[in-house]
Structure formats: structure tokens, C-alpha cells
Ligand binder design. Structure first.
Ligand SMILES: *[C@@H]1O[C@H](CO)[C@@H](O)[C@H](O)[C@H]1NC(C)=O
Ligand SMILES: *[C@@H]1O[C@H](CO)[C@@H](O)[C@H](O)[C@H]1NC(C)=O
Ligand SMILES: *[C@@H]1O[C@H](CO)[C@@H](O)[C@H](O)[C@H]1NC(C)=O
Length: 506
């Protein structure tokens, strides 16, 4: 009976009790710090996780004192990345000056005082390309993590200059990154009641954000529009897609030309995905058969609480969060040090990934000045925002999807095959089981090869508007691990060419 310490990466900051002994009773979380509420413990864990990514946000959340001055730039203005940040290597590409690159804040009308921060990069190809919004997970991590380490236009060099990312998603889309929910990244409020606790709050804010965005950028309102993201965004994305769909139907504001939504290694249907942890761990030899049997038993109560949470909400959701967490603890206790975003890798000491360059970069005086963030600090990942979403965690967002795909909206679920936390197995199961008009045909569709440069880069399955793609040689963050494949995936998908027909040749 040994107490073990876990450190887990963020993006999806799974709540892991920091000290856990295998012999503790199945249902009672150890509380070594004397916190009686799981919220405090979860916030403590979130902090540990943040540090395991080598991030050191100055504050837990961006809630500024009432009466503080707003960041000076409440309306965006164009930022000049090349001049300000010394973009290296414009090699062969078109001149940077011709692209609109923006950063700014929009006020959220249905909040007390929230301001949402975003970056907007016009497509390197054509302004008529689709508009794509990217949402990072956490909950509570800035989308800048993805922007600089996954699919944004630039990478940060060691000397903190920027260089072009050859596989940035802005090569085929007009690309937006927002810091959300409010309190995350550079987004802020002076009223704590603006912090969100559920997907209704999150999706309303994002809908309001999009309304302002298209009002300010009318020429992009006609373009196709896609919602994308990763990890906990497996919750945000169906909620936002559904919110946009209903806003369009009710003619609430500017119509948004939503064509589809894509979720990468997401958490969408917790009941199915928590059941898959044991199966995936066994398949990947992370645990033994006898561990597996124990985990299956632990799942029984986890499942019943998830069901209760989805029926009654409230406290059951918190209990489900705590109880289901035991399953993760059991599995993670077997091989401490495994990187659970990529089971091929180890975490070295506390460190699983190092995203500190982003933080250093965004804290630089000239960068802050160019972004117009005034005195607002950059909160790379907010433990308070994470905490505020505890009761949202076990909610099943899959239920919002059938209406959308039945109406012809395209859905792409993709997953890097070595991610444990939001593994492909759990994702493929809920996608198969989803009750929609094409369910039978989708379920019986064949897996075919997804080819990149003539090589198999993944396996995909498609029927009508629904596509599932298992990405080879990738963990939780597919665009970071397989940048070229991820760009091709996005492009083909938006062009309607990511289908079950195997492509051969060039
Ligand atoms: C620009 O990119 C090319 C090829 O990617 C590389 O060979 C060259 O060293 C880069 N130049 C700079 C200044 O980074
Ligand atoms: C680039 O833009 C043109 C329209 O100007 C479009 O036809 C083409 O498909 C786009 N290419 C990519 C790779 O998105
Ligand atoms: C699937 O959805 C349809 C339409 O909403 C409903 O009538 C049917 O009962 C559902 N089937 C299952 C197995 O849930």
C-alpha cells in the first residue's frame, strides 16, 4: 500500500487525486491536504498538472478587480506579426504583409463585464476559404497552446522569433483562436459571476462572440464555417454547433454558415468513454487481466452515477466526477510516469510537455503591446475555470449531435491512436452507437486507409455526413504529432473528399 503521486498533462486536465493508494476503499477519495470539498482538491490538482507542462501562470484566473481599466483594445486592430516579432523564413511563400492578422477583444453582451480575446489569421490561400474556429480544452486552457504548438501559422523559435508553420491550418482556412471560457488566456472579466459552469453558458458566450466577429468581418460571413477543437472541446463543440444551428433556425442574428464540426481526441460521451479506459489500457498492455477485472467493477458505480448525473444533474455530477476518477487512478497507478496523452512516452520527473515558450513569448512587453492586452496577464491554463466546470464533466454532449447530422451537417471525429485520456476506442464506440438516421450504414461501413503522400496515415470510416478517423503515430495532440496529415485531413474533410474511397496515387 503505497501512496503515489500523479502528474498529468493538461488540455484535458483529468482530475486525478494527487495521492492515492490502491487499497483505499473504492469510493472514498483520499484527502491528504484536508480539503473536504473536491473543488479545492481538483483545483490543487489542476495546478499540479499545469506545472507538469512547465507552465507558470501568474494568476489562477483572469478576474480583475471591479473598476480596473479595461484592456485598451476592445476593438481589434491589425497586428503586424512580421515586424513586431521578426518572423523568420518567409521562404518561397507569399509576402506576409498581404495577410490580415488580428488580435483583439470582444465584449460579451450576455455577461456582466466579460471580454473575450482572440486571434484571427486570414487564410494564406484565399479569403474565400472557409472560416474555422479552434477551441482548446482543459477546461481552462488558452487556445494559444494549439496556435503555437499544433496548427497555428507560426511556431516559436528558440530565440523567440516566429517562423512559419508549413502545416498551419491557415493554409486552407481563415482561422480563429479564442481564449475561453472567460477567465482563460487573455480573456477576462471583473465579475466572478461571468465564469461559466456549463455548456449553455459556454456556448452562449461563443455564439455572441461569433455574432460580433461576423459583424466586424462581414466579408467572411458568407464563407463556409467550421467548428474544430480538441479534448474537453468534445463538450464545447457539439454545444456550440447546436447553439449556432438553433440561432440560425430562429433567425436570431447574423446567419452563420455552419457546414460542420470536428472533434479531435475529445471527451463527448463520458459513459461510453469511461468504460473504454480499461479496454484501451488492456489492449495497450498498460494493465494486466486482473487489474482489468477490478477496473470493470469500479466502472459499475461510475456508470450509474454518470447516468444519474445526466438525468438529475447537480450533485450526482460531482459524485460521478469523483468516483469515475478512481478508474483512472487505478490504471495510472500501474505504470507511473507514463505520458497519458501519448502512452509511448514517459514524463520526466514532473515534466510531460514543455509549453513554457508560449508563456514567455506572450508575456514579452513588445508582444503584449502589439496585442493590446493592457495590464491583463496571460493565464495559460486556469485552475479556477477548470474547477468551475466540474459539474459539466460527465454530461453527455453526444445527445446534441443527431439533430445536426440528420440536418446534413458534417461531423469528423478523429483521434491519435496513442492517446489514453480521450482514446480512439471510446470515441469510435460512441460514434458507432450514436442514434441517427445513418447509424446502420455507418456502423457497417468499412475501415479504409487514409493516405498521406501515398502512405497509410490512419484508418477512416465514413457514411454520409459522419466520418471517424483514427490517426496513426499520434497522441492526444494530432496536429502537433502529425502536422501534415492533420492539415490534409482538414482540407479533404472540408472539401468533402475525406470519405471511405481509398485514394491511391499522388
Ligand atoms: C527557411 O526554411 C528552409 C526550409 O524549410 C530552411 O532550409 C532555412 O534554413 C530556413 N531559413 C530560416 C532563416 O529560418
Ligand atoms: C485556394 O483558394 C482557391 C480559391 O481562390 C480554391 O479554389 C482552392 O481550393 C483553395 N485551395 C486550398 C488548398 O484550399
Ligand atoms: C433513436 O431515435 C429515434 C428518433 O429520435 C427514436 O424514435 C428511437 O427510439 C431511438 N432509438 C433508440 C434505440 O434510442
Amino acid at each position: 500500500m503505497k501512496a503515489r503521486t500523479f502528474t498529468l498533462p493538461f488540455l484535458l486536465m483529468i482530475f486525478i487525486s494527487s495521492h492515492f493508494s490502491l487499497s483505499t476503499s473504492k469510493r472514498i477519495l483520499n484527502d491528504p491536504y484536508g480539503f473536504s470539498s473536491s473543488a479545492s482538491l481538483s483545483s490543487l490538482n489542476a495546478k499540479m498538472l499545469i506545472s507538469s507542462f512547465n507552465l507558470t501562470p501568474k494568476y489562477d484566473v483572469n478576474v480583475i478587480p471591479k473598476g480596473s481599466p479595461d484592456a485598451p483594445r476592445l476593438v481589434e486592430s491589425q497586428i503586424d506579426f512580421p515586424t513586431t516579432f521578426g518572423v523568420q523564413n518567409v521562404s518561397g511563400g507569399p509576402s506576409v504583409q498581404q495577410f490580415g492578422h488580428y488580435a483583439g477583444y470582444y465584449s460579451l453582451p450576455h455577461s456582466k463585464s466579460a471580454k473575450m480575446f482572440y486571434f484571427f489569421f486570414e487564410s494564406r490561400n484565399s479569403s474565400t476559404d472557409p472560416v474555422v474556429i479552434w477551441l482548446s480544452g482543459g477546461p481552462g486552457c488558452s487556445s494559444s497552446v494549439a496556435m503555437f504548438y499544433e496548427n497555428g501559422p507560426f511556431k516559436i523559435s528558440d530565440d523567440f522569433s516566429l517562423s512559419w508553420n508549413d502545416f498551419g491550418w491557415d493554409k486552407v482556412s481563415n482561422l480563429i483562436y479564442v481564449d475561453q471560457p472567460v477567465g482563460t488566456g487573455f480573456s477576462y472579466t471583473s465579475d466572478k459571476s461571468d465564469l461559466r459552469h456549463d455548456e449553455a453558458g459556454v456556448s452562449n458566450d461563443l455564439y455572441d462572440f461569433l455574432q460580433t466577429f461576423f459583424k466586424e468581418h462581414p466579408k467572411f460571413a458568407k464563407n463556409d464555417f467550421y467548428i474544430t477543437g480538441e479534448s474537453y472541446a468534445g463538450h464545447y463543440i457539439p454545444a456550440l454547433a447546436s447553439r449556432v444551428h438553433s440561432g440560425n433556425k430562429k433567425k436570431e442574428g447574423i446567419p452563420i454558415n455552419l457546414k460542420g464540426f470536428a472533434i479531435g481526441n475529445g471527451l463527448t460521451n463520458p459513459e461510453i468513454q469511461y468504460a473504454a479506459y480499461g479496454d484501451y489500457a488492456l489492449q495497450m498492455k498498460m494493465i494486466t487481466e486482473s487489474d482489468y477485472e477490478g477496473i470493470k467493477q469500479d466502472y459499475v458505480e461510475c456508470q450509474s452515477l454518470i447516468k444519474k448525473c445526466n438525468l438529475d444533474g447537480g450533485l450526482a455530477c460531482k459524485s460521478a466526477f469523483e468516483v469515475c476518477d478512481i478508474i483512472l487512478n487505478m490504471i495510472l497507478a500501474v505504470k507511473p510516469g507514463t505520458n497519458y496523452y501519448d502512452v509511448r512516452k514517459k514524463c520526466v520527473g514532473q515534466l510531460c510537455y514543455d509549453f513554457s515558450k508560449m508563456e514567455t513569448f506572450l508575456n514579452k512587453e513588445n508582444v503584449r503591446k502589439a496585442l493590446g492586452v493592457g495590464d491583463i496577464e496571460f493565464v495559460s491554463c486556469s485552475s479556477t475555470v477548470y474547477d468551475a466546470m466540474t459539474k459539466d464533466w460527465m454530461i453527455n454532449l453526444e445527445v446534441k449531435i443527431p439533430d445536426l447530422v440528420n440536418d446534413g451537417m458534417n461531423l469528423l471525429i478523429y483521434a491519435g491512436e496513442y492517446d489514453f485520456i480521450c482514446n480512439w476506442l471510446g470515441n469510435s464506440r460512441w460514434v458507432d452507437q450514436m442514434n441517427w438516421s445513418g447509424q446502420k450504414d455507418f456502423k457497417s461501413a468499412k475501415n479504409v486507409r487514409f493516405l498521406v503522400d501515398g502512405k497509410e496515415a490512419g484508418l477512416l470510416k465514413n457514411y454520409g455526413p459522419l466520418t471517424f478517423l483514427k490517426v496513426h503515430d499520434a497522441g492526444h495532440m494530432v496536429p502537433m504529432d502529425q502536422p501534415k496529415a492533420s492539415l490534409q485531413m482538414l482540407m479533404y474533410w472540408m472539401q468533402g473528399k475525406l470519405s471511405s474511397t481509398p485514394r491511391v496515387g499522388p
